[in-house]
Design a protein around this ligand. Structure first.
Ligand code: BES
Ligand code: ZN
Length: 612
């Protein structure tokens, strides 16, 4: 037994799956998918083959050539983090056909009833597979060390349509026989059903598998970009306006990092319960609707997810212990794109917000310094529980430090070569460091690479950004302590990010009266910009300013993005004399839980159980 990933049962002595062919019958009435998966291995195999699953019921495994059964066993007690080990006993087979059903509480899937959607008339279902949830949709070697190509036939009710982060082949009538063993032909070919067929011809890590099914429409926004969303004209129009500049960003990305390898770059705006700001699913990025603010600031999230097309999707971390290779590089690449399309000041503001975030994480992990490292040990650790800004912002700082050392032109060359060398591979921190040392001779004498990669905390040669606007806002925030509020003139040209930076830099110990005065003047609690609203509400909770608890409750019930749920629930329940707030948190969670994605439910449960 030679595991290669602390979050997967995958064994390095077994062949990898190279292709999966899926037939998926969506049953909205039971929130399940009746499925079959034909797995093709890199070579014929005899003996056990380990696959990851979570809450799947497996009904049969056969050899597709001979149609004979393949013995299998599913571990009886699921591991809380890894799920259930599925062991197949192969005798010289290179393909297996597995029939199975997902569970209504599959951790990757959120099933929305019509009232939970924008248009209120049709159900909706979507995936979120990163970090380790693909296994709750189909059995697989659910490690980013394994790359798979796939094809998929999604059998759905005729009024709905399906999108995937894959190439759409066609929408057509179901054909008898193609369900494989997912369900009977009579169900598959029923009159009210339609099949949407997709192929993914580039090998991807399983966490990038993604689909959504619902009443979905789209608008064209560029030569290789459509924005998809529930087919509500106002939502589609707002999204199309917000993301009009996408093609410009793709071009900048190509100039900086090399050719865009995924052909299309579509965007999908999900319902408000989507647990992330964005998810870099290849060919089709998934986005929270909270990024549509009407001021083109959603472009930053798009820049980030676009940047993953090179760093993350082309070059992938081998496992989650090296997650900074995905997110740190992407944060660096995102800011380079933002710098070109929105200017240096905007990029410096983003870096400054990140710097504040990184410093706050040091406080959060002060009793668990392992997670202030870039390379972390994650045996027995749920990646969703330790998700933080550290891989993003410390990773960004590390790369920025290297850039300062060797100069931008040399660093740009280095980045392009790095991407060209490792594209479509999954690598670890050592591989990156070896490549760095080989291509920048002597770098280890200038920068303490070991301290950056393996040390805790923020290295002394990290840098707080400097720019006029950044420095001005941070000093204004410090003056607030002495009772000085910014004047109307000073904030006249502030957008959401300026306010976010200001609020996040205020001392956490401001008085309730100061909070009320600030809001009376600038109406921050009602901001349409959730970054601003949530930053303000955190201060309000810290100051136990009850006037805002109603707004806190509305926010927690209105969106499921974990970037907002995490701090709001945490601020409500952590610390002493918080009895009233704890009761509020528990009640709101009980009432809102149903509307959260299962991943968000798990994360909030973990916060509450730690403190309540
Ligand atoms: N890949 C992440 C989202 C993610 C990380 C999902 C880990 C599951 C596990 C995505 O690229 C991301 O970083 N999103 C950010 C966007 C922001 C940095 C602009 C988010 O959701 O806030
Ligand atoms: Zn990211």
């Amino acid at each position: 037994m030679a595991p290669i990933d602390p979050h997967s049962y995958t064994d390095s002595t077994h062949p990898f799956t190279t292709h999966i062919s899926l037939s998926l019958y969506f049953d909205f009435s039971s929130s399940t998918i009746l499925s079959s998966a034909l797995l093709s291995l890199s070579s014929p195999h005899t003996g056990p083959l380990f696959l990851d699953t979570r809450s799947l019921s497996i009904s049969s495994v056969i050899d597709p050539q001979t149609r004979t059964p393949i013995p299998f066993s599913l571990s009886s007690e699921p591991d809380l983090i890894k799920g259930s080990l599925l062991t197949l006993s192969l005798s010289d087979q290179s393909q297996v056909l597995i029939s199975f059903t997902t569970s209504p509480n599959s951790s990757a899937l959120q099933w929305l009833a019509p009232p939970q959607t924008f248009n209120k008339t049709s159900p909706f279902v979507y995936t979120q597979c990163q970090a380790i949830h693909a296994r709750s949709i189909f059995p697989c070697q659910d490690t980013p060390a394994a790359r798979i190509k796939y094809s998929a036939r999604l059998n759905i009710p005729r009024p709905l349509s399906a999108v995937m982060s894959a190439r759409h082949v066609e929408r057509r009538m179901p054909v008898a026989g193609e369900a494989a063993t997912a369900c009977d032909d009579s169900m598959w070919c029923a009159e009210d059903r339609v099949v949407e067929e997709f192929v993914m011809e580039q090998p991807i890590p399983p966490y990038l598998f993604a689909f959504a099914v619902g009443e979905i429409g789209y608008r064209e926004v560029g030569p290789r970009t459509r924005v998809y969303a529930e087919s509500v004209p106002s939502v589609l129009d707002a999204a199309a306006r917000e993301f009009a500049g996408t093609e410009d960003m793709i071009r900048q990305g190509e100039m900086l990092f090399g050719p865009y390898e995924w052909e299309r770059f579509d965007l999908l705006v999900l319902p408000p319960s989507f647990p992330y700001g964005g998810m870099e699913n290849p060919r089709m990025v998934f986005l929270t609707p909270t990024v549509i603010k009407g001021d083109a600031s959603g472009a930053q999230v798009v820049a980030h997810e676009l940047a993953h097309s090179w760093t993350g999707n082309l070059i992938t971390n081998k496992n989650n212990e090296h997650f900074w290779l995905n997110e740190g590089f992407t944060t660096y690449a995102e800011r380079r794109i933002v710098e070109v399309v929105q200017g240096e000041d905007r990029a410096a503001l983003n870096t400054g917000i990140g710097w504040r975030g990184l410093n706050d994480e040091m406080e959060r992990f002060k009793d668990n310094m392992e997670f202030t490292k870039l390379k972390t040990k994650q045996e027995g650790v749920d990646p969703d529980d330790v998700y933080s800004q550290v891989p993003y912002e410390k990773g960004f700082q590390f790369l920025w430090r290297i850039e300062r050392q060797i100069g931008r032109p040399a660093f740009d060359e280095f980045l392009k070569k790095y991407i060209a060398t490792f594209k479509f591979q999954s690598i670890d921190t050592e591989t990156f460091l070896d490549f760095l040392k080989a291509n920048v001779p002597g770098i280890e004498k200038e920068i303490d690479l070991e301290l950056w990669a393996e040390g805790t905390g923020i290295p002394p040669d990290a840098l707080e950004p400097v720019s006029n606007i950044y420095t001005k806002i941070v000093s204004l925030a410090q003056e607030f302590k002495n009772g000085r509020m910014p004047t109307e003139d000073e904030v006249a040209d502030w957008g959401g990010q300026e306010w976010e930076l200001y609020l996040e830099n205020l001392p956490k110990s401001v008085e309730a009266s100061q909070i009320l005065a600030l809001d009376a003047r600038y109406h921050l609690a009602e901001s349409k910009d959730y970054e601003v609203k949530v930053a303000f509400l955190q201060l309000a909770i810290s100051a136990k300013c009850r006037d805002y608890y109603g707004e806190v409750e509305r926010t927690l019930k209105g969106v499921g993005r974990m970037k907002y749920l995490r701090p709001l629930y945490t601020y409500l329940v952590q610390g002493n004399s918080k009895e009233e707030e704890k009761v509020l948190a528990k009640r709101v969670f009980a009432e809102a839980k149903e509307c959260y994605h299962p991943i968000a439910q798990g994360v909030v449960e973990a916060i509450l159980s730690k403190h309540v």
